[in-house]
Design a protein around this ligand. Structure first.
Ligand code: PHE
Length: 336
C-alpha cells in the first residue's frame, strides 16, 4: 500500500542509527528525525483517521510499536552516553592525590625578637631574671625615681610622648622604670634584665626611630664595683657579637654615677667603619636607692641599657634601622 512507509524497516533503521549515535548531539538529531513533529512516523500516526478504515488498526498498532522501539532505543542510548559523559567529567576533574600540595611558607621570629631571645639566654646564663613592665608609665617611675626631677630636659615635650596632655602619664622613654618596679617589689640582691619597647620623639634616620627596643639590666648587691659592670658588659657583648672592638667612654645619666657610653665597631651604610653606641651604663646613683627604700650605705649596684635594635644591626650588618620596621618580606625573609 503506497504512502504508508515500511514501519519495520523504518524502526530497524532508526534503532541502528540511535545505537550508533556517537554523542548526545547526534542522538538528539536522530530523535528529531524519527520522532519529531515532522517525522514521517509522527505524521503517519497523526493522520490515521484519514486512512481506509480496515488499515487503521494495523497501521496504528505497527506505528505505535515502531515508536516504542525507537523511544526505547533512545532511552537506552541516552543513558549510556550520559553515563559516559559523567565518567569523562569525573576523570577530567579527578584530584591527583600524589601531586605535592600548595605549601604555606613558614613564618619566623622578627630579627629583633630573635636577638632579644639570645640576649635573654646570655643573661639567664649569668643568673639574671627577666622582668617585664608596662609601656605606658608614670612620670615617677620613668623619671622622678630615676633621679630625673621635674624640669630636667629629658622630661620635656621634645623628648617624651605624654598621654592626655599632662606630664604624669607617658610612653616610657626607657625600660629603667622596670628597675624601679623591681626594687619596689622586694629587697636586694637584684639581678634582673628588662627587655621591651620604648618611645622617644626622635627624628627618623638610619640609626634613630621614635619607637625602639631596649634591654636594661640592674644588679644590686653588696660590694659591686665598676669592674663588675665592665666585666658583665664585655662578657655579654663577646657572647653576642663575638670578638669586636668595644669602646667605653665617660658619659652622663641622671640615675648612674659614674656613667659611661658603650660603643662597638661597625660598618655603616656607606661602608665606613665607625663606632655605634649600643648602651649606656653606670653605677646606680645612691639617690635612686633612697627613692625605692634601699639603704645606699649598704647596697651598691650597676645598671646598663642596651639598644636591641642597634645590637641587631651590628649583629646582622643592617645599615638602616628603618628596615627593621617596614615589614618587607624581602628583608625579613633573610632571618629564617
Ligand atoms: N636608660 C638609659 C637610656 O635609655 C640607658 C641606661 C640604662 C644608662 C642604665 C645607664 C644605666 O638612655
Amino acid at each position: 500500500m503506497s504512502g504508508i512507509p515500511d514501519l519495520t524497516a523504518l524502526a530497524a533503521e532508526a534503532v541502528a542509527l540511535i545505537t550508533e549515535a556517537p554523542d548526545l548531539e547526534a542522538l538528539e538529531a536522530a530523535r528529531v528525525r524519527f520522532l519529531g513533529r515532522r517525522a514521517p512516523l509522527t505524521e503517519l500516526l497523526g493522520s490515521i483517521g484519514t486512512l481506509a478504515p480496515d488499515e487503521r488498526g494495523r497501521v496504528g498498532r505497527d506505528g505505535n510499536a515502531a515508536r516504542r522501539a525507537i523511544e526505547d532505543a533512545l532511552d537506552g542510548r541516552r543513558g549510556h552516553l550520559e553515563a559516559q559523559a559523567m565518567g569523562a567529567a569525573l576523570e577530567a576533574d579527578m584530584a591527583d592525590v600524589t601531586l605535592p600540595g600548595n605549601g604555606h611558607a613558614l613564618g619566623a621570629l622578627h630579627p629583633i625578637t630573635q636577638v632579644r631571645l639570645e640576649v635573654e639566654d646570655i643573661f639567664l646564663g649569668m643568673g639574671y631574671a627577666v622582668a617585664d613592665g608596662p609601656e605606658v608609665e608614670t612620670g615617677f617611675n620613668n623619671f622622678t625615681a630615676l633621679n630625673t626631677p621635674d624640669g630636667h630636659p629629658a622630661r620635656s615635650e621634645s623628648d617624651t610622648f605624654f598621654i592626655e596632655g599632662g606630664t604624669d602619664v607617658l610612653l616610657r622613654t626607657q625600660t629603667s622604670p622596670v628597675q624601679i618596679r623591681t626594687m619596689q617589689a622586694g629587697p636586694p640582691p637584684v639581678y634582673v634584665i628588662a627587655p621591651g619597647t620604648v618611645y622617644r620623639r626622635d627624628d627618623v634616620d638610619a640609626t634613630h626611630s621614635p619607637m625602639f627596643h631596649q634591654v636594661e639590666g640592674l644588679a644590686v648587691d653588696e660590694g659591686l664595683s665598676f669592674a663588675h659592670l665592665k666585666g658583665t658588659i664585655t662578657y655579654f657583648l663577646q657572647q653576642l657579637l663575638g670578638d669586636r672592638e668595644v669602646r667605653v667612654i665617660p658619659h652622663f645619666f641622671p640615675f648612674t654615677e659614674p656613667s659611661v657610653d658603650v660603643s662597638v665597631a661597625w660598618t655603616d651604610g656607606h661602608g665606613r667603619t665607625d663606632w655605634l653606641e649600643v648602651a649606656g651604663a653606670g653605677m646606680v646613683d645612691p639617690n635612686v636607692f633612697a627613692n625605692v627604700g634601699y639603704d645606699p650605705e649598704r647596697w651598691t649596684g650597676f645598671a646598663f641599657g642596651f639598644g636591641l635594635d642597634r645590637i641587631a644591626m651590628v649583629r646582622h650588618g643592617i645599615a638602616d634601622i628603618r628596615l627593621l620596621y617596614e615589614g618587607d618580606l624581602r628583608f625579613l625573609g633573610q632571618f629564617p
